[in-house]
Design a protein around this ligand. Structure first.
Ligand SMILES: [Zn+2]
Ligand SMILES: [Zn+2]
Length: 359
């Protein structure tokens, strides 16, 4: 049986059976539960996508799939139905990303740490802006995505988490609280971050940036959010800039060595490594606004050190990373000496081999 090899015709048959039996009986007959993540839309009606995809198999493949044989998500059912030409819609909107929470939190701060109503013009404006952010794919959104009601609710989730709020918090997750605490600790910096995200969207600059490779840099590796992180990466991966930076170093007779650990690609890899090094943009994200990248904004950095810098916030500068590498070395050396010392003393007390035998 080839899972997922379903045709449009068989999906239509499954939908017809669903219509005939009614939802409850259709789901019960094939052992499916209600769709939690996606529904398939046909003729203006919504159907549980996993059940439809599973049942469609009986026309194409001889038997219906059981719910435990596949997932309802974009790996399986949702992808198969889309491939068969159907519209698939998310049931639930994606969780708020850090960038989105930053924008909402900034509004709450501006409002004296009070929540705002859905009719408030600032909420309506923010709702429109959030719908433009290139963070969540269209297929992950439903028609209520970041609508004024949802945005207003989020402002209350944030406001009611403020340490001075007297009542019970309405809702909200750990990320809401984390962003709120950052605003309380560094209001100017976070306000500037919000301004940069807004401005990047309004200017159209951030929409054009590709997502970071694997979005492996999650919401905790850049407190400024994914969009400014993408811009950071785009700037340091700019081929022309990197070429110019490398040329400026080699022309001064400098070596292309990592500014943090000293790694030299040519020294280790020979010709294959010659002329290679990465660049890291050293200006903090909340300061790196509009304007051109200067060569002095870029540091030469090896791939390993670059990963380590971006791994967790706050990002160390290359000099800070170098200092921490040196501290680690020194500590390792002391530990090795401490182990070697008693052994050496013990070695000295050992009788020389054969020394008393001939006495
Ligand atoms: Zn390095
Ligand atoms: Zn970097």
């Amino acid at each position: 049986m080839r899972r997922g090899a379903i045709t449009q015709g068989s999906v239509l048959k499954a939908i017809a059976e669903y219509d005939e039996l009614g939802r409850d009986e259709f789901l019960a007959r094939y052992g499916f539960g209600e769709a939690r993540s996606y529904v398939v839309v046909h003729d203006g009606r919504e159907y549980d996508s996993k059940a439809i995809a599973g049942v469609a198999h009986q026309w194409d493949q001889g038997r219906a799939l059981r719910p435990d044989e596949f997932s309802g998500g974009k790996e399986h059912a949702a992808a198969w139905l889309k491939r068969a030409g159907f519209q698939v819609k998310a049931v639930k909107n994606p969780d708020w990303a850090r960038d989105e929470i930053i924008l909402a939190c900034q509004l709450v701060m501006e409002n004296g740490w009070k929540g705002l109503d859905a009719q408030d013009a600032r909420v309506v404006e923010l709702s429109g802006l959030l719908q433009l952010l290139p963070i969540h794919a269209e297929a992950e959104r439903n028609e209520k995505f970041r609508n004024p009601n949802g945005v207003a609710r989020k402002t209350f989730d944030i406001a009611t988490r403020h340490p001075e709020y007297q009542g019970k918090p309405t809702n909200g997750g750990a990320l809401d609280v984390a962003v709120l605490m950052e605003f309380l600790a560094r209001p100017d910096e976070m306000t500037e971050v919000a301004r940069l995200i807004r401005q990047g969207i309004v200017a159209g600059e951030l929409q054009g940036l590709a997502p970071t490779d694997d979005e492996e840099f999650d919401d905790y590796s850049a407190p400024e959010g994914r969009l400014l992180m993408r811009r950071h990466q785009a700037r340091e991966r700019n081929k022309n800039l990197r070429k110019k930076k490398i040329a400026s170093v080699t022309q001064r007779g400098g070596r292309l060595a990592c500014e943090a650990c000293g790694f030299d690609f040519e020294q280790v890899y020979g010709d294959r490594g010659a002329g290679y090094i990465e660049c890291h943009h050293v200006v903090p994200l909340h300061e790196a606004g509009e304007g051109k990248t200067k060569l002095s904004d870029l540091a030469l950095i090896c791939a390993n050190c670059h990963r380590m810098i971006h791994r967790r916030a706050p990002w160390p500068t290359p000099a800070e990373l170098r200092a921490s590498i040196e501290r680690k070395h020194a500590a390792d050396r002391r530990a090795a000496e401490a182990i070697a010392r008693p052994r050496r003393a013990a070695d000295e007390q050992m009788p020389k081999p054969g020394s008393d035998i001939h006495r």
